[in-house]
Ligand binder design. Sequence first.
Ligand SMILES: Nc1ncnc2c1ncn2[C@@H]1O[C@H](COP(=O)(O)OP(=O)(O)OP(=O)(O)O)[C@@H](O)[C@H]1O
Length: 235
Amino acid sequence: MQQKILSVQNLTKSFVMHLQNGLQLPVMDGAGFEVFAGECVVLGGPSGAGKSTLLKMIYGNYAADAGEIIITHGDQHTDLVTASPREILRLRQSTIGYVSQFLSAIPRVSALDLVAQVARQWGHSEEVAQEKAAKMLGQLNIPEHLWGLPPATFSGGEQQRVNIARGFMGEHKLLLLDEPTASLDAANRQVVLSLIEERKANGTAMLGIFHDADTRDKVADRVIDVTKFAVQRAA
Ligand SMILES: Nc1ncnc2c1ncn2[C@@H]1O[C@H](COP(=O)(O)OP(=O)(O)OP(=O)(O)O)[C@@H](O)[C@H]1O
């Protein structure tokens, strides 16, 4: 039996609309599921069901009202619902990675260095980090003449792939995948699918959102229908 990396229990979430006299908007009630090492679990359900909200709570961007989000790292278990901001930041460095399509650009740093930076953070020497970054950028079809340039002037798709390269360069035990293949062409989508397969094989637990049904069918070991956790509201 593989190790349980993520355990969500009885999770509840309301948004508070401060501009509308603190109106409470309950969106999720009693969410519960688990993700094990080496599997890719996909959050399913229609638009508005709460997939992004759930992923953002697991990354610590949104606070939950009640329930548990237990992350296992080594022999430690941390509940993200009650964790301090400092603990959440530490978990993001050590255990929880987030791969999205949006590049948080750092000015004047080359694409190669942006990716190598992540490998260095994971303890690789400068030389190995550069090699790994070059391999990853090559795999993701970023033309070599761009590697030495900051991605600010890259096309949208090129920037997206640099961000994906950074996301997969980390060695986190839990990877949250927020539509990483959205708007990629077929060849690059296939590269991302291969990166996900590699991570499954090395025991990474992954939880993701994939709107494209074909991609979802290819990556998902299980699909969790988030509709069952959504708070039903009168029309
Ligand atoms: N920051 C927010 N403030 C208020 N309500 C929000 C906020 N974020 C999400 N919601 C509401 O929470 C519900 C779930 O939204 P969420 O974005 O999680 O759905 P989703 O399943 O990811 O949808 P989609 O597939 O369209 O991205 C929706 O009713 C949405 O309006």
